[in-house]
Design a binder for this molecule. Structure first.
Ligand code: SAM
Ligand code: SF4
Length: 329
């Protein structure tokens, strides 16, 4: 699949549910309206959809949400899709999770061929953790991370940089992650969906974070790439890799190789644009994949050049109406 700008689409992120057991302040309001179950694709439909993308050249698949591990029977989907790893059609199957259910599922994920996961963790301070996630338990997440590592899964920590919330803790988080052999990536908040909080209060430019970090650490740009938008530096003092995802202060769209699918089968060709294609109708219209395949081809031809996120007082409204938990982070 090649888009109009010559970018080859080899990476799909699929949100398997819009539901979550946390309510992170930058991601969703506390009283979130979730989608009716009938609108959400069944596990069999998700398998079929992912398999068609793999047939069309997708090599890396990331399951996300909402919180992917709160979906009932989710391991059936992992187990089913692992057949594409066995044949070599798929190079990597991975997951982005808040870690709350990892203790329960880490061993099974590893058994299904999951080698690398991203766990989102913005703080290791109990009170701050509760303030950021509203409903989460830090202990459960830390135990989940341990379980994943014990199962032989490589864990990368994703940390959203939040002004006045975790900005002072970032050096400590880096030292902790690297001390345990985990990479860590810092992310800027993006203006996605209405949340209860003011995003201009939350937004902390990573250019500023990086400048502060370089006063404490020796940062050397690294050529490490994981196929995503993160740009890495090597931290001499800790010996680990530190990633920066800077959708606002530096646009990374020119090398975008991905598309996203919501749990209702809506294909978004760009995280920051409204244009989308409904894949659920062609999926449900016939057991044959021809209609679905055609709908995907047409959508890829409409993949835009990029997003244009802005967060400042004048633009204090979401770039798009849907939250990250719907599109899939
Ligand atoms: N629940 C899982 C988790 O938290 O890892 C997966 C879904 S979550 C939407 C994926 C990632 O998006 C998380 O790392 C989260 O911190 C990030 N995220 C959510 N809303 C965001 C926003 N408005 N701006 C930047 N990152 C966001
Ligand atoms: Fe849930 Fe992840 Fe959104 Fe937090 S960031 S509310 S864990 S979906």
């Amino acid at each position: 699949m090649i888009d109009p700008f010559g970018r080859s689409i080899s990476y799909v992120r699929v949100s398997v549910t819009d539901r979550c057991d946390f309510r992170c302040v930058y991601c969703m309001p506390e009283h979130m309206n979730f989608l009716p179950k009938a609108d959400v694709l069944s596990l069999e439909e998700l398998d079929r959809l992912c398999s068609v993308f793999i047939e069309k050249g997708v090599r890396r698949l990331r399951l996300t949400g909402g919180e992917p591990l709160v979906r009932r029977d989710i391991m059936k989907l992992f187990r089913g899709l692992s057949r594409h790893l066995d044949t070599g059609a798929l190079q990597e199957m991975t997951i982005t999770t808040n870690g709350s259910q990892l203790q329960k599922y880490a061993a099974e994920l590893a058994d299904c061929g999951v080698k690398r996961i991203n766990v989102s963790l913005d703080t290791r301070d109990d009170d701050k953790f509760r303030a950021i996630t509203r409903w989460g338990s830090l202990d459960k997440v830390l135990n989940g991370i341990d379980a994943a590592r014990k199962a032989g899964i490589h864990v990368k920590i994703n940390t959203v940089a939040l002004r006045g919330m975790n900005e002072d803790e970032i050096p400590e988080l880096i030292a902790w992650a690297h001390g345990d052999g985990m990479d860590i990536t810092l992310i800027e908040t993006m203006p996605l969906g209405e949340v209860d909080a003011d995003r201009t209060d939350q937004y902390l430019p990573l250019s500023l974070v990086r400048a502060r970090l370089s006063e404490m650490f020796t940062l050397t740009p690294s050529d490490k790439r994981t196929g995503g938008p993160a740009r890495y530096v090597h931290v001499a003092e800790t010996g680990g890799q530190l990633g920066f995802i800077t959708p606002l202060s530096h646009n990374f769209c020119e090398s975008c190789n991905r598309v996203r699918i919501t749990c209702t089968g809506t294909l978004y060709m760009c995280l920051g644009q409204e244009d989308a294609a409904d894949l659920r109708a062609p999926l449900r219209a016939s057991p044959d994949n021809a209609l679905l395949s055609q709908a995907i081809d047409e959508a890829i031809l409409r993949k835009p050049k990029g997003h244009d996120f802005v967060i400042d007082r004048r633009h204090n409204r979401p770039a798009v109406g849907r939250t990250m938990s719907l599109t899939g982070g």
